[in-house]
Ligand binder design. Sequence first.
Ligand code: ATP
Ligand code: MG
Length: 299
Amino acid sequence: MGKKSMGELFRVKTKGRFRLEDCDPGWDRIQEIRGMGGDDVGNKARSFMEKSLKTLAEAQELLWASDTCSILMVLQAMDAAGKDGVIKHVMSGVNPQGCQVFSFKAPSAEELDHTFLWRCMKALPERGRIGIFNRSHYEEVLVVRVHPELLERQKLPPGRRGGSFWKERYEDINAFERHLVRNGTVVVKFFLHLSKGEQKERFLARLRDPRKQWKFSHADLEERELWDDYQKAYDDAIRATSTPWAPWYVIPADRKWVARAAVAGILVDTIRSMRLSFPAVGEEQRRELGRAEKQLAGE
Ligand code: ATP
Ligand code: MG
């Protein structure tokens, strides 16, 4: 059996029945990845990551120069799964001018006065840029599904909030993403899949380490109590919104280096698949460049 790319391993298939419980948060068989091998797996992962970051930086320059497409990276996860670390590492090599991060919190009064996609629409990356959604429109079928009382604040027209209500939300999300893709925004969605046991370890580390205590919030424990409800909401949402135009990747997140290497590798492959090229210089422009060169050289 040949080695696979990160994308092939973790991309959710649009055919067949997806089940989150079939995905292992502790996966670390990184030697099965194309471009990776040998005994010292930790070292390999680091050099794979370095290579990916370098390629990502080059790819980003191309994206910027071509000025037609953009990339939207959606990042969803339970608390302490490492979203911040992924953003920091993956973006450490790119030009800050070409990349933007938006963190979505509970919606403001102004945001609640609009439909749920409004604030996401406003935060989309411009052409040429990589935009990261740290949480996203998916919260509307995750936290809001787990806490249906949040819906009451959304000032929606009257109606039932049963299965068909959520189905319509998935449909709206799929249509929104298809619109983006058709108009030049490539959409890549990552779910950092953490196990409940590893979340406990990370929360304990936060409680015990004075440099991490500021990160702890009691609300995180309350959400942890609802772990199973969240897993079910993720399971349903990922199944309903894995589309050929906007794939989900379920990334094993119990080991931070696995998650970071996987996201970096998949981003690189995504940009490569866009087959971008530097804008072509026309005949007239070439003549102008020649004149400018002569003028400068003759100074
Ligand atoms: P970290 O805890 O690592 O700083 P975070 O993404 O968890 O990052 P918080 O400020 O802790 O950031 O949490 C943001 C909260 O906002 C989350 O609990 C999330 O569920 C909530 N949220 C985001 N979008 C919505 C939404 N559309 N409706 C209701 N709650 C939302
Ligand atoms: Mg949080």
